[in-house]
Design a binder for this molecule. Structure first.
Ligand code: GLY
Ligand code: MN
Ligand code: MN
Length: 356
């Protein structure tokens, strides 16, 4: 598996005139060695090295597969070790790195290095069997979390309590919690007017009769992320919110049906947006329809207006329309799906409006 991924990366790098691939990004190190942490992976035609520091040395030796693990001496910088190993013959394609490291590498290698953050993304986009199995397992756990949410959602429970219970259950179920830049917390629990912010912060608000409650779960299993949202209703909800729920639901269904191999990503967004526009809620659908998911929560391709990326078999993407009425309520339904002839969401929890 790692062999195949490394070969694909070298093949992609050759198109850039390079014969060495390197990365200092934990996701990319994990993708090519099985170790997630600090270090730099260097992939050459004749073998792969993982350079790391004493802090990570023992864990890296235990976890990294089919590569030489080289640990810097205590007190010696990892950067020097990288420069020693990378300044061999050839041209290196490095993914995006910290400016300080980029500067030193450029100074040492001059024209024999290029920096290309898209190289790994272009290969990582199409998921292999093992990756799909991990995302599917994350999806099964998310379904269990929604089952649990539907039991514990009650008037009076605070958003923070609900999130804490879900986080605890996620961790006990074998999940890790990914970071992503747009929110401070990987689980969004947003109720009532707070749900009109797509990326709502957690609050101490107590849920009450008549609320819609959005639960956006981002959990990781064995490195791989599922990103999914369900919106629940509590008690006597108003007719407008019920109507909006049905609009979001049909828009999401169309999005999933449209996301097939060879479809241009903007078409998925358009089909979804057309439904919401036709019902008069276009101005309240304030984000793109979806994004790629994998080792990152947000990765290529982007399913938004003007996205010319062509969907491919085994892309894993979200479809997540939402309608957000300021100061009133917000509703989003999101699944992570695999793009294939018969596109299937990884999460099976029902999407019919559940009034608790
Ligand atoms: N959970 C953030 C998003 O749906 O993109
Ligand atoms: Mn989400
Ligand atoms: Mn998402």
């Amino acid at each position: 598996m790692f062999k195949k991924r490394r070969e694909s990366l070298l093949e992609a790098a050759r198109k850039n005139g390079c014969n060495i691939v390197a990365s200092a990004t934990p996701q990319n190190i994990f993708y090519t060695t099985g170790f997630w942490g600090d270090g730099t992976v260097i992939i050459k035609e004749d073998g792969t090295s993982l350079l790391t520091n004493p802090l990570e040395g023992e864990r890296a030796k235990k976890q990294a597969k089919d590569c030489d693990v080289i640990v810097s001496k205590i007190g010696k910088s990892l950067k020097d070790l990288v420069l020693e190993h990378i300044s061999s013959k050839g041209k290196v394609c490095f993914d995006d790195v910290k400016m300080s490291l980029q500067f030193s590498i450029k100074e040492a290698l001059k024209d024999n290095v290029i920096f290309d953050p898209n190289l790994f993304y272009s290969v990582r986009r199409i998921k292999d069997e093992e990756e799909i199995a991990n995302i599917a397992q994350a999806g099964r756990i998310a379904d269990k979390l929604y089952d649990y949410a539907s039991v514990i959602i009650k008037p009076g429970i605070r958003e923070r309590e609900l999130a804490a219970d879900l986080l605890a259950k996620a961790i006990k179920s074998g999940c890790d919690l990914p970071f992503y830049a747009s929110t401070q917390n990987p689980i969004i629990v947003a109720s009532g007017p707070n749900a009109s912010f797509p990326h709502a912060d957690l609050t101490d608000r107590r849920l009450s009769d008549g609320d819609f409650v959005t639960i956006d779960l981002v959990v990781r299993f064995n490195g791989y992320v599922i990103d999914t949202t369900r919106t629940f209703a509590l008690g006597r909800v108003c007719d407008e919110a019920k109507k909006v729920y049905e609009i979001v639901k049909s828009a999401q269904e169309i999005g999933i049906k449209t996301a097939k191999p060879d479809v241009v990503a903007e078409k998925v967004d358009k089909e979804v947006r057309d439904i919401i526009n036709a019902k008069g809620y276009g101005e309240f659908f304030v984000h793109g329809t979806g994004h790629g998911v994998g080792l990152d929560v947000h990765e290529p391709p982007s399913l938004r207006m003007n996205s010319k990326e062509v969907l491919q078999k085994n892309d894993v993407v979200t479809v997540e329309p939402g309608i957000y009425i300021p100061n009133k309520f917000g509703i989003r339904i999101e699944d992570t799906i695999i793009v294939s002839k018969g596109t299937e969401p990884f999460t099976k929890f029902p999407k019919e409006l559940l009034i608790l």
